[in-house]
Every structure is written in structure tokens, then in C-alpha cells.
Ligand binder design. Structure first.
Ligand SMILES: N[C@@H](CCC(=O)N[C@@H](CS)C(=O)NCC(=O)O)C(=O)O
Length: 208
């Protein structure tokens, strides 16, 4: 298997976390976003929208879009299932995957981009109005999930699932962007992140 991506990419990290949770390895092929390699014909042949990640299975089967890739890997590979069998837990997992892609991820990314990636890429000072907008969005999400995580260990219920896989990259970068204080205000979110962020899969993916 091959994963074409970038180690700092949130979407690439979702795929790598899934592989690590399942106990599998893939060859990692760096697509250097800084050099614009994702827009070059070699990568566009793998991903027609010119973003990362893309995936290639051992028999040459190609796939793009992180959510398609991590669902495929979860279904296909041996190892613990990251998709609950119970219909309601499954629905909760999908609900929180959607909460990440619609509300949490976009809000967190405003903060992450302004405070982490923009300075890293020499893009100048953070736009604080955008940071404030992002923090407000994240606070709304935490206010909604905090009571849920007070009653259960994981987003979908009693077991770690693909919902966590989707939230982890944003949690890590959000905290690295100064969001730790806000996380600390939501005790159940903070406790959940302490458990989830300490998983060997995440330590491996985040290079800790
Ligand atoms: N819909 C894609 C989004 C992937 C995506 O936005 N990847 C980012 C890195 S995290 C990227 O390649 N950005 C480069 C660009 O937009 O030019 C997926 O789910 O895989």
C-alpha cells in the first residue's frame, strides 16, 4: 500500500491514524505541498482535484478523498474495527464525523491557519478577527460535545472510532495554535483528548 500525502496535512493524518490503529503500515510518498507538487501532473493523475492524500493499494487500486480511504482501510484491513456494529453507535460516529467536517474542522482551521501555518509559511501576522471567529466556532462545538463526553468515553459511545480519527488532527494543531486554554475550560473534552491524544497511533502520526 502507498499513501501519497504530506505529514502536516490534517487529511493525510486521518488516513495514517487509521492505518496505525489497524496495526498496518503503508509506504509513505511525500507530496511536497510547499513545492506545489500536488498540482503537478504526476499527482493530479492520482487525485484529479490536486490535493492530498491519495492512496494506492497493493494491486494498483487507486482511491482519493480521505474519508473514502479511511473507510476502505477500516473495512478491508485486519485489526480492530473503527466502525461500531451497533446501528445507533454507528449513526453517532457518522454524526460526529459530520460535525468535524461542517463545524469543528472549519472553525479550528481558521485559528490553525492564522496562528500556525501562516507564520510557518512566512505569510505574515495572524488576522486576529479571523482567529476570534474561529475560537467562537470551536467554543460552540466544545459546548455541545462536552456534556456528551461527560457521559461516555468516546464520541460514538464506548469505543474509539473513525470519529476520533477525524477530530484528532484538528485537536493537535488547535492546541499548538494556542487553543489549549479553551480546551481546558471544557473538562470532558480535555479528558477525552488526554486519553485519545496519548494513543500510540496518534503519537506515531504526530511524530511524538
Ligand atoms: N476533500 C479532500 C480535502 C483534502 C485537502 O484539502 N488536503 C489539503 C491538505 S490537508 C491540501 O491538499 N491542500 C492543498 C491545496 O488545497 O492546494 C479530502 O477529504 O481528502
Amino acid at each position: 500500500m502507498k499513501v501519497y500525502g504530506h505529514p502536516m496535512s490534517t487529511y493525510t493524518r486521518k488516513v495514517l491514524t487509521t492505518l496505525a490503529e489497524k496495526g498496518h503500515e503503508a509506504q509513505f510518498v511525500l507530496v511536497d505541498l510547499g513545492k506545489g507538487e500536488h498540482k503537478q501532473p504526476a499527482h493530479v493523475a492520482r487525485h484529479p482535484f490536486g490535493v492530498v492524500p491519495a492512496f494506492e493499494d497493493d494491486d494498483g487500486f487507486m482511491l482519493y478523498e480521505a474519508s473514502a480511504i479511511f473507510r476502505y482501510l477500516d473495512r478491508k484491513l485486519t485489526g480492530p474495527s473503527l466502525t461500531p456494529a451497533d446501528a445507533r453507535a454507528y449513526a453517532r460516529m457518522e454524526q460526529y464525523i459530520s460535525v468535524e467536517s461542517s463545524y469543528f474542522g472549519p472553525a479550528a482551521m481558521k485559528v490553525i491557519w492564522e496562528r500556525f501555518f501562516k507564520p510557518y509559511m512566512g505569510g505574515g501576522a495572524a488576522d486576529e478577527a479571523r482567529v476570534a471567529e474561529g475560537l467562537q466556532g470551536v467554543e460552540k462545538v466544545f459546548g455541545i460535545v462536552d456534556p456528551v463526553l461527560g457521559k461516555q468515553q468516546y464520541l460514538a459511545g464506548d469505543s474509539f472510532s473513525l470519529a476520533e480519527v477525524c477530530w484528532m488532527p484538528y485537536m493537535e494543531f488547535f492546541i499548538a495554535s494556542g487553543g489549549g486554554e479553551l480546551v481546558g475550560k471544557y473538562k470532558n473534552v480535555a479528558g477525552w483528548w488526554e486519553r485519545v491524544g496519548a494513543r500510540p497511533s496518534w503519537k506515531k502520526v504526530a511524530g511524538k
